[in-house]
Write a protein that binds this ligand. Sequence first.
Ligand SMILES: *Cc1c(COP(=O)(O)O)cnc(C)c1O
Length: 427
Amino acid sequence: MTSKNESLFEQSQKVIPGGVNSPVRAFRSVGGTPLFFQRGQGAYVWDADGKKYTDYVGSWGPMIVGHCHPQVVKAVQDAAAQGLGFGAPTASELELANLLCKILPSLEMVRLVSSGTEATMSAIRLARGFTGRSRIVKFEGCYHGHSDGLLVKAGSGALTFGQPSSSGVPAEIAALTTVLDYNDAAGLEKTFADMGKEIAAVIVEPVAGNMNLVAPKREFLDALRNLCTKHGAVLILDEVMTGFRVSLQGAQGYYGIKPDLVTLGKVMGGGLPAAAFGGRRDIMNCLAPLGAVYQAGTLSGNPVAVAAGLTTLQLVQAPGFYDNLAKLAKQLTEGLTAAAKKHNIDFCAQSVGGMFGLYFSKTLPTSYAEVMKCDKEAFNRFFHAMLDAGHYLAPSAFEAGFVSAAHTEADIAATVAAADKIFSVWQ
Ligand SMILES: *Cc1c(COP(=O)(O)O)cnc(C)c1O
């Protein structure tokens, strides 16, 4: 008997390329049929066949207060009843902009957009307009959305010019992107020494969360800040994932690093399409209609999305919110690590605030190359066994995981117990 998930996937493949509207959903990495979800509540989601899962994906990050938080749902309903959109300014956009600038001291001005891709793409254009330079620097394994110049990762050499990692990206555009190794402060210093005058911006995930999770080294963060300042390049912290996730003030607050521009998304939309970029006033003043750098959006600052984001950002300011989130993530990673150790499995895990990484490896990876050495087949087996047991992890060994404030210690303990059972018969 085919399940509803299987039937929906079969039908979807006829009208949607690969049956999905974003490739990571397709289970290509882990194999099998992607789940079609019908609803979520708190820490749980239910698939089209009615099976319940404890959710560690959280819509890839946004659901930090859990699914269908009553206050978020109410705010969205109230906003919708007032009008779904105007394409004109509203007071709620001002409220959200003020709140973002209040929470993140590095934001002197902010512009709302609808996706993380838009935020990073616009921040790059702005940095180029501000500096009058063309080259950008990114790090292998960091994802900054799917605009042309950012869909580039290097070959193995540290200082190679960019090779597009997608067909359809002209080599001429990729050539303007220099790709370096994450956490390689010396490589960054050499690049600046060689071509510092050409570099408009360095863009980085301050905790890399799109190649599993790779934590930044202190010397790397310091090099980013110091070298950008020294050479007049714009430091863009891409906090689309880490913003309001690793701490209230994101990774910039967690590690104490001040960016020139910040990109935000995911949590700040509370599950709806809202994102932003912002930072130094002198840079933001270059944006149209004040300045010559053009950027626009029919749906930017959409009132329903803004309501979801505003309410979510009010909820995460509750005292102890991030201590609790970090404690839950730690309980999960320490529990899984202990279970694997008990059964002699090469596995380790770590968390930063409310995000975590799981690795079938003896040691924590610090670069893309090290992440690639983790045992992907072991992860895929683990993923499917956990899925069967009702625990939904990201369907790829190369994604970070997320907990929400709706998870309880009992939820995490149940997930750890399920993993322990899987590891006990692991061969
Ligand atoms: C998700 C993500 C993006 C892209 O955001 P979209 O809303 O999917 O376009 C950009 N940067 C980082 C760090 C992300 O995690």
